[in-house]
Design a protein around this ligand. Structure first.
Ligand code: IPE
Ligand code: IPE
Ligand code: MG
Length: 226
């Protein structure tokens, strides 16, 4: 049985969670941020080595400006409250995705957190913000060409992902019952286990990490073998 080393989560369903309560969508994002903190700490405490959270996609810029501003503001706020917990838990923070379109205050917070936590030895928390798998593949190809590679294999491309030190995910889970990847970790997901959970993201807590580990442990990964 393989151990669950890298868990990647598509945090979906904030809007529907709010809608069901006749609240603005932003209230869903705010509860979703709280769930992300609970889930992160639980993953670290259960011995997961890498946790990737899909926070904002390259396509999410299509949303109304007011919603985007509120989401970006939340990331910044949540970060301030979380940084001391992150340090206590010995978690290392890295950003995944485009840097050029992020609001400067958020980008500088991400950079500061990465610098502050770079020597931490616990779980690595990879925050996918303005992330798209198609976009990352284009970056990989560009970097591989710029570095002068003549032959570009799959493994060459993998070595040019945004964070090449992070292994591909073992298990990708999505909340809210939607059954698609929406561009998440396209290059890295070839042999990931996939799981879809009906619970909307703001309702996630520590117990979901236990359920995920239990579910993953039942999988039989064959990688093409028998
Ligand atoms: C996920 O929740 C959060 C982001 C994509 C930023 P949604 O906002 O997509 O929630 P639903 O899918 O509309 O319920
Ligand atoms: C995917 O959720 C992106 C994140 C969870 C950040 P979306 O809600 O944006 O995805 P689609 O549009 O339903 O595929
Ligand atoms: Mg959604």
């Amino acid at each position: 049985m393989d151990r669950l080393m890298h868990l990647a989560l598509i945090m979906d369903g904030n809007g529907r969670w709010a809608q069901m309560r006749s609240l603005p969508r932003t209230a869903g994002h705010s509860e979703g941020a709280k769930a992300a903190v609970k889930v992160t700490l639980a993953a670290s405490r259960r011995g997961i080595r890498y946790l990737t959270l899909f926070c904002f996609s390259t396509e999410n810029w299509k949303r109304p400006k007011m919603e985007i501003d509120s989401i970006m503001g939340l990331f910044s706020e949540e970060f301030d409250t979380m940084l001391s917990e992150i340090m206590k838990e010995d978690i290392k923070v890295v950003h995944l995705g485009r840097r050029d379109r992020l609001p400067y205050p958020l980008l500088s917070k991400l950079d500061k957190a990465a610098e502050m936590t770079k020597d931490n030895k616990g779980m690595t928390l990879q925050l996918a913000i303005d992330y798209g798998g198609e976009d990352e593949i284009e970056r990989c190809v560009r970097r591989a060409i710029q570095a002068g590679n003549k032959e570009i294999s799959y493994n060459t491309l993998l070595s040019y992902v945004d964070n090449p030190a992070i292994p591909s995910p073992d298990y990708i889970c999505r909340s809210s019952g939607e059954k698609r990847l929406s561009g998440f970790l396209l290059l890295q997901s070839s042999y990931a286990e996939i799981g879809f959970y009906d619970k909307l993201w703001p309702d996630w807590n520590e117990s979901m990490i236990d359920a995920i580990i239990e579910d993953f442990n039942k999988r039989n990964r064959r990688f093409g073998g028998i």
